[in-house]
Design a protein around this ligand. Structure first.
Ligand code: NDP
Ligand SMILES: CC(C)CCC[C@@H](C)[C@H]1CC=C2C3=C(CC[C@@]21C)[C@@]1(C)CC[C@H](O)C[C@@H]1CC3
Length: 418
């Protein structure tokens, strides 16, 4: 058994107490949102319309569907990839290899679903099953995290994450002990981060759109916009899949309940909240306002994609002509930091673009309910917290150079505001 490592790493998320509270609060919030979205008043801050009994939550069919979905995505992950990318250097100086075939998995899933629907697969029955499916996904995430915790007990010290090894069972279970849990070349964290949850999210959105068409004759413009915007976001994440290899989730965080639940349950069932809301609360939307909302989403996407691509291009090859002229600061690690272009505007321009898109996803739902704005509010809190964690890690990594970067680029996410 590996000894607890990194016990001096500062505790995050409020330590064991915060981790315990989040483990309870996150699933409760998810079920609250699912129940409220289909209720008449759709009040985010009010009590749920009723408390579901176990017979409404538990369904062996939902569990079977959930496991079949994971099996299908795992099979698509194992198909030959157009490229195999190397991850960042690990503690033991080795690099892991990752298949880049996420977009292929999205296209193949779309083809399979299309074939299924034309053969009579009742996709529009999915919205009625959201509650038991979310319960099955939560149960799967919990059992999966337990297995990951047990697997980490056998892992060598060099395979453990910098956080998540405090010695406190609850905290370590929540954050995850092992950095890159794998069986042979199958990487569980990388697989879960991008495929079952993100593709599941667009599939749920599509099912809601089809059910709306069955109920009202055709999908509403608002439903089309939400589906289109979120499909663009998921397609982008899978097209630029390699970029996920430099995120803190892959490089720094272990794989525990937080990411397992986040990837498998939270993303598909809460990120589809706007489409759920629209099915039960149709909103009138005219073309002029729809065009304006499309413009907001386009501006957000332009900033998000521009910033992410600029950093990824620079990190891959600083002499690439697209970034060679940008101003940089040298650091003691040999890596440089961009101080002009998108990264000279604020220290996290990609978060700014992401937040603008989040707003555009809520606007088609009108302004009379707070519920569809849940994602925007939650995401603001998540990114502010994430930015703080990233800053701490960068300060540690780059020392004085990071202080210089903060002096040159004083705002974190929103120019002149934050
Ligand atoms: N929808 C969702 O739920 C979520 C979406 N996201 C999105 O995912 C994307 C990835 O986000 P995330 O992983 O948090 O972090 P980032 O892509 O912002 O990466 C942060 C890292 O970038 C590098 N960096 C920071 N400043 C500079 C600079 N000036 N020049 C060069 N490199 C710099 C540092 O790493 P190093 O120097 O080591 O390269 C730093 O650790 C974002 O677009 C975010 O909006 C993220 C979380 C949740
Ligand atoms: C619910 C918990 C408090 C936190 C769960 C967090 C996860 C839902 C997110 C952590 C980082 C994520 C990233 C993405 C989706 C959400 C999670 C998994 C992206 C894949 C979204 C698309 C972007 O283009 C890349 C993102 C990387 C990080």
């Amino acid at each position: 058994m590996a000894p607890p490592q990194g016990s001096r790493a500062p505790l995050e998320f409020g330590g064991p107490l915060g981790a315990a509270a989040l483990m309870l609060l996150l699933p409760v919030t998810m079920f609250h949102l699912l129940l409220v979205a289909r209720s008449g008043p759709a009040r985010l801050l009010g009590p749920p319309p009723y408390l579901p009994g176990l017979e409404e939550l538990w369904s062996p069919w939902a569990l079977l569907l959930c496991l079949t979905w994971l099996g299908l995505q795992a099979a698509l992950y194992l198909l030959p990839a157009r490229k195999v990318a190397e991850g960042q250097e690990l503690k033991d100086k080795s690099r892991l290899r990752y298949p880049i075939n996420g977009f292929q998995a999205l296209v193949l899933t779309a083809l399979l679903v299309g074939l299924g629907v034309s053969a009579g697969l009742p996709l529009s029955a999915l919205p009625e099953m959201l509650l038991p499916l979310a319960f099955a996904a939560t149960l799967t995430a919990f059992i999966f995290s337990l297995l990951l915790y047990l697997k980490a007990l056998l892992a060598p010290a060099s395979a453990l994450a910098p956080g998540g090894n405090s010695g406190n069972l609850i905290y370590d279970f929540f954050l995850g002990r092992e950095l890159n849990p794998r069986i042979c070349s199958f990487d569980f964290k990388y697989f879960c981060e991008l495929r079952p949850g993100l593709i599941g999210w667009v599939l749920i959105n599509l099912a809601l759109l089809i059910q709306e068409a069955e109920l009202r004759g055709s999908p509403s413009l608002a439903m089309w916009l939400v589906n289109g915007f979120q499909l663009l976001y998921v397609g982008d994440a899978l097209w630029y899949e390699e970029a996920v290899l430099t995120t803190m989730d892959i490089i720094h965080d272990g794989f525990g309940f937080m990411l397992a639940f986040g990837d498998l349950a939270w993303v598909p069932f809460t990120y589809s909240l706007q489409a759920q809301f629209l099915l039960y609360h149709p909103q009138p939307l005219g073309w002029p306002l729809a065009s304006f909302i499309c413009l907001i989403n386009a501006v957000g996407y332009y900033i998000f994609r521009g910033a992410n691509s600029q950093k990824n291009t620079f990190r891959k090859n600083p002499s690439d002509p697209r970034v060679a002229d940008l101003e940089t600061i040298s650091t003691a690690t040999g890596r440089r930091l961009l101080v002009s272009g998108w990264w000279g505007m604020v220290r996290h321009p990609n978060y700014l673009g992401d937040l603008i898109m989040a707003l555009a996803w809520s606007l088609p739902c009108g302004v009379f309910h707070l519920l569809p704005y849940f994602y925007f509010l939650y995401f603001t809190a998540l990114l502010v917290h994430r930015e703080d964690r990233d800053e701490r890690q960068c300060r540690q990594k780059y020392g004085l150079a990071w202080h210089e970067y903060c002096r040159r680029v004083p705002y974190r996410i929103v120019p002149y505001i934050y």
